[in-house]
Design a binder for this molecule. Structure first.
Ligand SMILES: NC(=O)c1ccc[n+]([C@@H]2O[C@H](COP(=O)([O-])OP(=O)(O)OC[C@H]3O[C@@H](n4cnc5c(N)ncnc54)[C@H](OP(=O)(O)O)[C@@H]3O)[C@@H](O)[C@H]2O)c1
Length: 223
């Protein structure tokens, strides 16, 4: 009892909905905390992506729970590019099944700043915040920005979804996760995560971190 605020974030996993159910039961037993839930841009029960359906189902369960709540729906993180740091270092290239789609990637530091404000401030109950970076970038533009900041040529190589799936399996990702992430890439490749929002500036009062700044801050990881 006596819990006033609670934050839920969980790993990408086939058991996600059950895990959130356990959390919700515990939250309801602990009083009536304001629950801040991490979700994802495009979450919805009708999504072609299982990950986004899981988020949609659990976001709805929270909204229907009677607890005060705020849902955070960030776009993909800039920091996901660190998964490609090895090939960027070794081959001057990164490989993704994104075609020419644009995506308004966002820095996790900005998402965290929004979460802190929501957890410590007022006026956020019943709200769903879609959190994006300041620019909608194609992965060719991402490559150009990496090249400019790192001072050497970095290429984006568009690969078929099955190649991305195989490489995730080879890297040790469980089969369910590799399939679910490949499916999610398909949603992004269709341009569904291209739009930008003003959430970071509106909630935190500061300009969102640019992709150039992210690369400058992590240059050592890519070099
Ligand atoms: N990545 C994105 O761009 C993005 C964007 C929007 C929303 N989201 C959402 O944010 C959440 C986290 O995403 P992510 O990409 O960071 O996911 P992730 O790669 O699946 O999760 C990473 C973290 O979860 C930990 N973890 C995994 N299984 C665990 C378990 N059974 N118990 C405790 N910890 C466990 C991992 O620990 P170890 O490192 O020790 O294995 C790691 O620290 C997901 O709900 C995802 O849908 C992600």
């Amino acid at each position: 009892m006596g819990v006033e605020r609670a934050f839920f974030v969980s790993a990408v996993d086939r058991r996600y909905v059950a895990w959130f159910g356990n959390f919700l039961t515990a939250a309801q037993r602990s009083g009536s905390p304001h629950v801040v839930k991490f979700s994802g841009m495009g979450a919805g029960i009708g999504s072609p992506s299982e990950i986004l359906r899981q988020h949609g189902e659990t976001d709805e369960a929270l909204a229907d729970s009677g607890l005060p709540y705020t849902i955070l729906r960030p776009n993909s993180f800039y920091q996901n590019m660190l998964w490609s740091a090895g090939t960027i270092k070794d081959h001057g290239a990164f490989y993704l099944p994104m075609g020419n789609a644009r995506q308004s990637l966002v820095d996790v530091r900005d998402i965290a700043a929004v979460a802190v404000e929501v957890l410590t401030g007022t006026g956020h109950e019943g709200k769903t915040y879609v959190i994006t970076g300041p620019e909608s970038l194609s992965y060719h533009e991402v490559a150009n920005k990496l090249s400019a900041v790192l001072g050497r040529s970095i290429r984006y190589v568009d690969v078929p979804p099955e190649v991305a799936f195989d490489s995730m399996l080879k890297a040790g990702m469980p089969q369910w996760n590799a399939r679910a992430v490949t499916e999610l890439y398909g949603v992004f490749a269709a341009g569904e995560a291209a739009g930008t929002t003003a959430t970071v500036e509106r909630i935190t009062g500061r300009t969102p971190i640019s992709f150039d700044q992210f690369v400058r801050d992590h240059a050592a990881a890519f070099s």
